[in-house]
Write a protein that binds this ligand. Sequence first.
Ligand SMILES: NC(=O)c1ccc[n+]([C@@H]2O[C@H](COP(=O)([O-])OP(=O)(O)OC[C@H]3O[C@@H](n4cnc5c(N)ncnc54)[C@H](O)[C@@H]3O)[C@@H](O)[C@H]2O)c1
Length: 372
Amino acid sequence: MAGLGVGLIGTGYMGKCHALAWNAVAPVFGDVERPRLAALAEVDQALADRKARELGFARATGDWRSLVVDPAVDVVSIAAPNEVHAEMAVAALRAGKHVWCEKPMAVALADAERMVAAARESGRVAVLGYNYIQNPMVALMRRTLDEGRIGVVNHIRIEMDEDYMADPQAPFTWKSDARSGHGVVDDFGVHPLSLIAALLGRVRRVCGQMAKPYPDRPLAEGWRRPVETADIAAALIELESGASGIIALNRAAWGRKGRIAVQIFGSKGALAYDQERLNELQLYTTDLPKETQGFRTILSGPHHPPYDRFVPAPGHSLGFNDLKVIECRALVGRIRGEATLAIDFEEGLQIERTVDAIALSAREGRWVEVPL
Ligand SMILES: NC(=O)c1ccc[n+]([C@@H]2O[C@H](COP(=O)([O-])OP(=O)(O)OC[C@H]3O[C@@H](n4cnc5c(N)ncnc54)[C@H](O)[C@@H]3O)[C@@H](O)[C@H]2O)c1
């Protein structure tokens, strides 16, 4: 297959991550054609020009609509703020492009449903930016669960915490604007939900809670603006399998930088993992003599594919951006017709339904069933 023509929309934190992944996927994996970095879109031409030079894209535009219809573009990376995902993804799919859209899929369930309909009609590949499920340590968790090494899972607990909004003086950005969604449930909650989808199956019902630690935040001009989204949330969850669980989310958690602490408890053992130590998996099994039982730490290495594609030596560690390269390879594989691990728009819609159910439950103070 000839190298895919890539169009990138948005070049902030995640846009750069996508650009690095598109630059790296061919040399890292060695089994895909080098993509052509065809075009990049930003909010204005000057910024687009500067970013195209930095990130290695051939053309730049201040108008994303011209990018999605560009004949040189086969696949569109959407790394712009949440509120524009739906409009951009639907336009790209209608123009016959494959789509790689950042999470959360959309800010309203109706938009996510429109995105699924557009993907179905187009027959193109449409996947979401759920990079954490691509960690080789998460793949090892999945194998461990599939092999029944910790028995029947009865409880899961996932805490996702960062402190980038912990300071009451942190400026008001699009993340505090209701147009970006409910807040931390869309911003963070979707990541634990993606891990649950990849490892354990569907969430059946939820009981949520959402909180705003600070009522307002400073604007650049020196004014303060009321915060419209929740920075803290939690949900009791029940899985289709019958397992119970808890998700706790906080983007105002001083000291926590990139914590996604996962604990999975089964009838014969337990697994523990934290994204802040993404090269380690902790495994406890009861098949050892009692006096030697205990959590043991497994360090990532070439025997945890595709770690071997990045570095031949064990214990030298993959990083956050590497997970995006793995996700990029999964997307290219899907386009080639391979059954790779990725969360597509159909599965993503189920995550959005769960987010919506958590928000509804928090508003109404009751358990809510997640519709299928
Ligand atoms: N998968 C992950 O781990 C992860 C991590 C962080 C952010 N995200 C997601 O990535 C998306 C972007 O977040 P971010 O942190 O990179 O934001 P950001 O603010 O750093 O970058 C957004 C970029 O989009 C550009 N942009 C805005 N409107 C645009 C438009 N109409 N046309 C073209 N460009 C436009 C902005 O100028 C900016 O450069 C969000 O949806 C966010 O939830 C995902």
